[in-house]
Design a binder for this molecule. Structure first.
Ligand code: NAD
Length: 500
């Protein structure tokens, strides 16, 4: 296969970009149209990507349907689970390639890719192999008033051909979070990674083939959303269910496309997540936790904190220390172990985030840290970097404090009471995640019911157990995935009633 990544790609010295192709029915296929992938570290042209046209998407859906009706659909759960464990092994064997692909596409630090993104890819396959083989279905013995008895029990069947559409921020992690349960439940999938991050999905396709996943079970189409692979896939009659992670506005567009065929949908969408710091918290932990929750992955995690509410007695100290920590976060090349900051994904996204930095000032914010673009004096000046930024002084209805920015910026505001803190946190059209910092155990538990979000972390952030329900309320999503919740989405339950 074409080399996906070479070290020189990070410094912009590549002279011969490779070609990434679609993967349909067990083989890589080219199309007539390509688009360039530019690396966010230096703006270098990394590779060209074959954009799937309507015929390619159709071929992928057809291959998936055929595979579903073939040996894959007839395998036992245990046999499929064994294949998924082989996929996990294969991902570990390709660990360095996956790290390279992910670092090249996103500019994230090699240490993050090694410790978070790529290990979670393999872990997702093992976890869902386990869930699918150990999760029981319900059964009831029914006794009718006339004394007749029956046994009711449910059997799980694949949902069918599943379209999987994912964003660019945690490419392999978010893709495998959906591919693994879908395959564990016996479905065949057509996946569309983001146009910004085609590389690790391509390595995953190779891993599928190497692990013995039958042709057609896993198909990969590259391209964009509207009038491209994304829309061709979501509008396709042969797709039974769509699972999507991305922006809320895209979720609306996909919901409309899905309505025609009454396709099942699962949506993991945007967020404007709050962190709430009470005066009784371990302040060191709250500050370090808020640094992580605001700036990890360049602030480009759906779970990142963009609004912080801090109880007044510790507000000034918190702001001062958070700003110092933001200023101290190191910029380095992704290949350097000490690097913390990363670029944004593209020039377009950088323009959007910088637009919010300007808007914050226009809306009257005080900028405590950052607020601009770092200067390197090398090829990274052509990349997509922005400074980690902390602002204060905005009203609750400012656009900066209500709209998802998806960059390394947070606004900090003071509060006086628990009720006020939770009310401010809830004052958002989004409802994905919240983080609460407190030593009061009662308050910690009250937060769980008071906060109108799908995920509440107390004295931590982004600590995940793959068995737990994951998803958001309001504009942040529809449905839950994780553990048995994923099995419920990726399978159809048929109830069997046998009169005894
Ligand atoms: P996006 O919505 O622009 O794109 C996501 C994917 O959808 C891409 O593959 C894109 O090509 C495709 N797409 C776009 N328009 C489409 C259409 N009309 N039909 C079909 N497909 C279409 O999102 P993004 O900018 O790639 O990612 C950032 C967003 O993702 C943020 O809003 C972030 O909060 C969200 N996100 C949510 C979660 C979560 O679990 N809730 C996780 C990660 C990211």
């Amino acid at each position: 296969m074409t080399t996906l990544w070479r070290p020189e790609l990070l410094s912009g010295e590549s002279s011969s970009p490779g070609l990434l192709r679609n993967f349909v029915d067990g083989g890589f296929v080219e199309t007539g149209t390509t688009f360039p992938k530019l690396g966010p570290v230096t703006g270098a042209h990394l590779f060209d990507v074959c954009e799937a046209d309507e015929a390619t998407v159709d071929a992928a859906v057809t291959a998936a349907r055929t595979a579903l009706n073939g040996p894959w659909g007839r395998m036992s759960e245990q046999e499929r689970a064994a294949v998924l464990r082989d996929v996990a092994d294969e991902l570990e064997r390709r660990f360095d390639d996956l790290v390279a692909a992910e670092v090249g596409d996103t500019g994230k630090s090699i240490s993050q890719a090694r410790t978070l993104d790529i290990p979670r890819g393999a872990a997702n396959f093992r976890a869902f192999a386990d869930f699918a083989t150990t999760t029981p279905t319900e059964s009831y013995t029914t006794v009718l008033p006339d004394g007749r008895r029956a046994l009711n029990y449910a059997v799980r069947k694949p949902a069918g051909v599943v379209a999987i559409i994912v964003p660019w921020n945690l490419p392999l992690l978010l893709l495998t979070w959906k591919v693994a349960p879908a395959l564990a439940c016996g479905n065949a999938v057509v996946v569309k990674p983001s146009e910004e991050t085609p590389a690790s999905a391509t390595v995953l396709a190779e891993a599928m083939a190497a692990a013995g996943v039958p042709p057609g079970v896993f198909n990969l189409v590259h391209g964009f959303g509207p009038a491209s692979a994304g829309e061709f896939l979501t509008r396709h009659d042969g797709v039974d269910a769509i699972t999507f992670t991305g922006e809320s506005a895209t979720g609306t567009a996909i919901a409309k496309a899905a309505a025609d065929g009454v396709k099942a949908v699962s949506f993991e969408l945007g967020g404007k997540n709050a962190g709430v710091v009470f005066a009784d918290a371990n302040l060191d932990a709250a500050i370090e936790g808020s640094v992580r929750s605001t700036f990890t992955n360049g602030g480009q995690v759906c779970l990142c904190t963009e609004r912080l509410y801090v109880e007044r007695p510790v507000y000034e100290e918190f702001c001062e220390r958070l700003a110092l920590r933001a200023d101290a976060l190191t910029f380095g090349w992704p290949s350097e172990e000490s690097t913390v900051n990363m670029p944004l994904i593209s020039r377009q996204h950088r323009d959007k985030v910088l637009g919010y930095y300007d808007l914050a000032r226009t809306e009257g914010a005080t900028v405590l840290a950052g607020g601009g673009v770092p200067s390197f004096g090398d090829a990274r000046d052509n990349g997509c970097y922005v400074q980690p930024t902390v602002v204060t002084g905005l009203p609750p209805d400012a656009r900066t404090t209500t709209e998802e920015i998806f960059g390394p910026i947070c606004h900090v505001a003071p509060f006086d009471t628990e009720d006020e803190a939770f009310a401010q946190a809830n004052n958002s059209p989004y409802g994905l995640a919240a983080t609460v910092w407190t030593r009061d155990v009662g308050r910690a538990h009250r937060a769980g019911t008071a906060l109108d979000v799908g995920l509440v972390w107390v004295n931590t952030w982004f600590l995940r157990d793959l068995r737990t329900p994951f998803g958001g309320t309001k504009l942040s999503g529809l449905g839950r995935e994780g553990g048995t919740h994923s099995l419920d989405f990726y399978s159809e339950l048929t109830n069997v009633c046998v009169e005894l």
